[in-house]
Design a binder for this molecule. Structure first.
Ligand code: RIB
Ligand code: CA
Length: 317
């Protein structure tokens, strides 16, 4: 089976960074490109982080296209420093990247790549959906050219993590999410309902650091603030592998409990803006618009993540 070719749209972000490493460590995946969007941090920081992580992981051949600096309508949040640190990579200090972004804007790059090779490449959206929504609006033909769109986002039965009801990526650009959810692209949604069951613990990080390696040190340093945040605010020692879990759709789909549902997002502007909800009782009698991961064998996914990191560390020694 040839590897699945993917493009990741991202707002790195520490769990975004782990997703790139997991993609690079997985023979089932061919990482074609990164496109950046503002979210956890400003667009400038997100882009710098994407470039520096690829350089650190000996993956400078992978192109990075820079995207949108603001959501479609609302103003940017830009203050996830408590979780991702001021740089967006926690306490990790990566050198200024030598690698540069490509000239093409991320929205145009996505359109070009998907139209050039219809049904060949999947898109993994692990930040706010601004770039994806604008690409759909600018060139509707990509709706049938994208093989699959896997989104880290939403909270279906779960509470929110940026408001009592909403998950960060969707809340950050709910109007973009509305455009994407209504587009007709084959979507798989990986919401907090599943990602909060995939907790990387301090013991897991220490296990990775048994071998002295720059990748293990990066993971430890990048996750330091994230771990402290979870301990202080969520009351457990560990941090959720939100973004990395999207790759389970390729490397371990058997771990996910996926159901077909019609899912909407609240864009009414009130207290529940950004809330995603599934029409479980089919009251609206609308066909499902996505597969949703409502559960996962979380610890097995974390063990797989650690095993892949150990193999990446060996490969890059
Ligand atoms: O809610 C989790 C999501 O928000 C993840 O993508 C994380 O990186 C942040 O962007
Ligand atoms: Ca992210």
């Amino acid at each position: 089976m040839p590897p699945r070719r993917i493009i990741i749209d991202t707002d790195p972000g520490v769990d975004d960074a782990l997703t790139f490493l997991l993609a690079l460590a997985s023979p089932e995946i061919q990482l074609e490109a990164l496109t950046t969007v503002q979210g956890n941090v400003t667009l400038e920081k997100a882009t710098r982080n994407a470039l520096s992580i690829l350089e650190m992981a000996n993956a400078s051949h992978i192109p990075v296209a820079q995207g949108c600096s603001h959501p479609l309508l609302k103003s940017p949040h830009n203050s996830s420093e408590a979780v991702h640190g001021s740089s967006g990579l926690g306490q990790a200090n990566l050198p200024e990247p030598k690698l540069k972004v490509i000239e093409t804007h991320a929205v145009d790059y996505l359109i070009e790549r998907f139209l050039a090779e219809p049904d060949e490449i999947s898109l993994f959206a692990i930040g706010p959906l601004t770039n994806v929504a604008l690409a759909i609006r600018k060139e509707p033909r990509i709706v049938t050219a994208i093989r699959e769109l896997v989104i880290m986002g939403g909270a279906i039965r779960s509470g929110g993590n940026i408001s009592p009801l909403a998950e960060f990526n969707i809340h950050e650009d709910p109007h973009a999410a509305h455009v994407v959810f209504q587009s007709g692209i084959p979507i798989t949604l990986i919401p907090l309902d599943a990602t909060y069951k995939c907790l990387l613990t301090p013991a897991d990080i220490e296990r990775l650091n048994k071998v002295d390696s720059h990748i293990a040190r990066f993971i430890r340093d990048a996750m330091a603030d994230y771990m402290a945040f979870y301990q202080q605010y969520e009351g457990f020692a560990g941090c959720a592998l939100h973004d990395p879990l999207t790759l389970a759709t390729i490397i371990a789909p058997e771990l996910l409990k996926l159901e077909e549902h019609y899912v909407s997002v609240d864009i009414s502007g009130g207290v529940s803006t950004g809330k995603t909800f599934a029409d479980f009782m089919k009251v609206w009698k609308k066909p499902a618009n996505m597969r949703v991961a409502l559960d996962v064998r979380g610890r097995e996914f974390v063990e797989l993540f650690i095993a892949r990191m150990e193999s990446l560390i060996q490969k890059l020694q």
